[in-house]
Every structure is written in structure tokens, then in C-alpha cells.
Design a protein around this ligand. Structure first.
Ligand code: SME
Length: 160
């Protein structure tokens, strides 16, 4: 599958996810390669919403290392337990940060980021990477995003 996404003319995020997720799953179903699938997943999410940055960090030894992403240049390595990403890795849980300036130890890759969601990718009960999304809007993420993005990371975990 290639080409553009088909999305309804709606700003309702749940409606958009309902249309988008089957298209991301179809992309992944047709390809085994991890990097190819992470790259297309980040592109699909970035194209569907007005987010600043969408991308993946992958666990490599004692750090998260930058993987496929869409958006401004980002930091390449995040230690275990550091920043929002390293904390989501350490706790193996999704983190939603309404105001990144209030998160102790937040790693500012872009001064334009206001809110962030980090979703772990869990394979065999182990965190193998994270999906990280930054928004220019405070408190931009909710349980609707968490549930949809966790469905995406669960599908991507099968590629590891
Ligand atoms: N803000 C993240 C770092 C990654 S960038 O946002 C792309 C953090 O605190 O872990």
C-alpha cells in the first residue's frame, strides 16, 4: 500500500483515529521491516494531526536512540529514566504531560513543544521503544489519544 491517507473532513480526534488506524494497520500488514513500518507510522500520524513532532525512540543497551520521525531535528539519545521518554521507558507506561515546562527533567528538543504523550512499545513484557508525540498546544492529549496510540504501538510491537 502506498500513497495518501483517506480521512473524513472532521476535527474530532476519535473520528479521525477510527479512519486512520485501519490504514496504519494495512500499511504494517504489508511489510515486515521494522524501520519501514515505524517510518510510515510516524508519517501517517504526523500527516493526520497538527502535531509538532511524531517519532520513535528505540531501546539500545542503556539508552533510547532516535528512530524514524517527522518534525524538527531531535536529540539522539535519552538515558533510562530521563525526560518524559526515559520515564515512560522506566515505568513501562504511557505518560501524558499537559505542560512540559512542569515536568521535572523534561528534555526540550524544541522550544515550541507545550504538551507531550509518550507511549511505550511493549514486546514480551519488555519495553523495546517508545512512540513520542509533541504538540504546540497545552493539554492537547487525552485518554482518546492514549487508547488509539496504544493500539498502534501494540501492532508495531509485533514487528520487533
Ligand atoms: N521531550 C522528550 C525528548 C524527546 S523530544 O520531545 C523529540 C523527553 O523529555 O523525553
Amino acid at each position: 500500500m502506498s500513497g495518501s491517507l483517506v480521512l473524513p473532513p472532521s476535527t474530532d480526534r476519535e473520528t479521525l483515529y477510527q479512519a486512520l488506524l485501519p490504514q496504519i494497520f494495512a500499511l504494517v500488514d504489508g511489510e515486515q521491516d521494522l524501520i519501514a513500518n515505524l517510518a510510515n507510522a510516524s508519517a501517517a500520524l504526523h500527516a493526520s494531526f497538527q502535531w509538532l513532532w511524531v517519532g520513535f525512540y528505540l531501546v539500545k543497551n542503556d539508552a533510547l536512540v532516535l528512530g524514524p520521525f517527522q518534525g524538527p531535528i531531535a536529540c539522539t539519545r535519552i538515558p533510562f529514566g530521563k525526560g518524559v521518554c526515559g520515564t515512560a521507558w522506566a515505568e513501562c507506561t504511557t505518560l501524558i504531560v499537559d505542560d512540559v515546562n512542569q515536568f521535572p527533567g523534561h528534555i526540550a528538543c524544541s522550544p515550541d513543544s507545550r504538551a507531550e504523550i509518550v507511549v511505550p512499545i511493549i514486546k514480551d513484557h519488555t519495553c523495546v521503544g517508545v512512540l513520542d508525540i509533541d504538540s504546540r498546544i497545552n493539554a492537547d492529549f487525552s485518554v482518546i489519544d492514549r487508547l488509539a496510540l496504544e493500539a498502534v504501538t501494540q501492532r508495531l510491537a509485533q514487528c520487533f
